[in-house]
Design a protein around this ligand. Structure first.
Ligand code: HEM
Length: 412
């Protein structure tokens, strides 16, 4: 490597480390992500992991069969060699999200049917009713916290009904799931893991109890279906059903809550775009895709190399960790003209926010459908929407979302 290239790697690494260390950088990471990409789009960081920030390489690695998941390696790298002793970390081994073929293929086949575009279409009338019911109190009060009023309860209702988690049991999952997702952040601490352990123990016990209930009295929901499902001679074990339910329930609302929250926030910060959308509701689907690109709710996905691979002239040896920064790929100027501009009419929006390849988000159709209904009805019902205060983003990088979104809304 030439001296100039080495200097650029060193600069890229110094900038990357600010993302890991500095809360202010994480709150608005995009200028920093541009700087890393300009200096070293394939960066061998001082943490040992390779960091990719261009669309082309992120896309290629996510789809490359020579790259996959290595939960144990990831835990070791994060300093949790004792991960098996932590309930909040031990799940990775049995989770669809961290499995490789053939186990991944087997687990995914058993649940994929529930998330096809057709199945999601069937849920839409009920979803629309839920949106309207949730918007009523906002209308009565003239405003409120949009996350509490709509962005959290909508996806939790949809996935809760689908899975078969009784309504009265759902509320405590909001904090418990958040505690668990913190363990996937780049700056996770031992204290975070201890808090997550308590939450994970409670959630696992809850789902084991619920599964026993479903086995005793199966009903028309996904947990009962998983308990009864067989593919040839294959069945899911109790632990696999519990892990799948936890993954679907957690992934089903945390990310969608943030998609709706981030999306509405950016629309309000870009009144010209909000006006365009109000004037032409046929833009809604494209608008949601652009909002997913502009500030998605998962900014990073990790992979490991199973063999040596070459990425843009860099040899990445077998056994290396790679982080594809989805949020950086989505703002790559080589892929999108003027990438920092929110442009709801943008053509050819193909964000990596839902990943790519075999782990492509199972719930992407569902999340998109919920966001289209939520944002569409919000704009239809309230001709005037205003921010009551400037909201803050939570201090996280991988799972990006707001603390709250207090708005006032008027019917005319
Ligand atoms: C805006 C909302 C959402 C975003 C941004 C999102 C993002 C993602 C991403 C980036 C991945 C791939 C991770 C990787 O490559 O390692 C993923 C996987 C997954 N998502 Fe989502 N997700 C969302 C909503 C949902 C919903 C609503 C559900 C379920 C109801 C869901 C269930 C899953 C599952 C089960 C996987 C694992 C798939 C596999 O490993 O084969 N997600 N999601």
């Amino acid at each position: 490597m030439s001296t100039a290239a080495r200097d650029l790697q060193a600069h890229g690494n110094a900038v990357f480390m600010t993302l890991v260390m500095d809360a202010d950088v994480r709150r608005d990471p995009y200028p920093t992500l541009h700087e890393i990409r300009r200096a070293a789009p394939v960066l061998h960081s001082s943490l040992g992991t390779w960091v990719l920030t261009r669309y082309e390489e992120c896309y290629a690695v996510l789809r490359d069969p020579r790259c996959g998941k290595n939960w144990s390696g990831m835990m070791l790298q994060a300093g949790f060699g004792d991960w098996r002793e932590h309930p909040s970390l031990g799940y990775g081994e049995n989770s669809l999200l961290f499995a490789n073929p053939p186990q991944h293929t087997r687990l995914r086949r058993l649940v994929a049917k529930a998330f096809t575009p057709r199945t999601v279409d069937r849920l839409k009338p009920r979803m629309a009713e839920t949106v309207d019911r949730l918007l009523d109190p906002l209308a009565d009060a003239g405003g409120g916290d949009l996350l509490d009023a709509l962005a959290f309860p909508l996806p939790v209702t949809v996935i809760g009904d689908l899975l078969g988690v009784p309504e009265a049991d759902r509320a405590p999952f909001r904090d418990a799931v958040r505690a668990n997702t913190r363990t996937l952040e780049m700056n996770v601490t031992r204290e975070d893991v201890e808090i997550a352990d308590v939450a994970a123990t409670w959630m696992s016990r809850y789902f084991h109890d619920l599964l026993r209930e479903k086995r005793r009295q199966p009903v028309d929901d996904m947990m009962s279906a998983m308990a009864l499902a067989t593919e040839g001679n294959d069945r899911l074990s109790d632990e696999e059903i519990v892990q799948m339910s936890l993954l679907l329930f957690g992934a089903g609302f945390e990310t969608t809550t943030n998609l709706i929250g981030n999306g509405v926030y950016h629309l309000m910060k870009n009144p010209d775009q909000l006006r365009i959308l109000r004037e032409d509701a046929s833009l809604l689907a494209n608008a949601v895709e652009e909002l997913v690109r502009y500030d998605g709710s998962i900014l990073l996905s990790g992979r490991s190399t199973f063999e040596d691979i070459e990425v843009a002239g860099h040899l990445i040896p077998a056994g290396s960790g790679i982080v594809t920064i989805l949020g950086a790929a989505n703002r790559d100027p080589a892929k999108y003209a003027d990438p920092d501009r929110l442009d709801l009419r943008r053509r050819g929006v193909e964000p990596l926010s839902f990943g790519s390849g075999i782990h492509y988000c199972l719930g992407a159709n569902l999340a998109r459908g919920e966001a289209v209904l939520a944002i569409g009805r919000l704009l239809e019902r309230f001709p005037r929407l205003e921010l009551v205060e400037e909201p803050a983003f939570r201090d996280q990088f991988v799972f990006r979302g707001l603390e709250s979104l207090r708005i006032s809304c008027a019917l005319h």
